[in-house]
Design a protein around this ligand. Sequence first.
Ligand code: ZN
Length: 221
Amino acid sequence: MKRDAPRLSFLILSEDSAPDACKPIEALVKRMLLLVDPVVQTQRIEFEPRSEEALLAMQGTNWKAEPNDFFYPKLVLLGRIIAAKLLEEEDAPGFERARTLDEDALIQAKEAALVRLLRLTPFWCIEAWLYQNTALVHRLCKQHCGAHLDQIKGWAADRGGLDEIPTPKTAICVGSKHNAELSQRQFPAEAVFAADKSFAAAVMALLDCPDLCAALARTWA
Ligand SMILES: [Zn+2]
């Protein structure tokens, strides 16, 4: 194995269908993983691009399609993409592995695989996490309008409070177009974790996945 070959990979799925919607999630996941394992080598973690099929099935409410709905076949395809990813082992693509297992082994593999399905759920929307980058949000508001500076200072002083606001996007002027920058430039992950709200809950959910913790340890060498 090459020194920097990926030791584990993630398939990120988001309801947000914007082409770069996964970039901020990827950046936040890397910061979460550093909280789970402070010596993890994140350059050895691969984030797979979403396939067109997965993108289509995730859009809007397509994932709620019923068997007779137009989008149902796409939902089935999405299920297959997720199943293949969850069953994947080192050097063994998920579907190939599934074909080699008998029924009992497949049931066991399915139970183990479902533990690998990790839900990252911010309180309201991803901005509930991204606006925790209050230093950058403050600078952006100053450039846009300057009308929300007190509100943003309040969030910096009470990070848990930001995690209780429905639709934070409508509370200030920053919107969603700076999401990549907010996730990548000095995101204060330790302080957000210390607020012990939805970000901390997501980190603790990652810690509860034994396969993930073992895979993170594989990045050390
Ligand atoms: Zn503003």
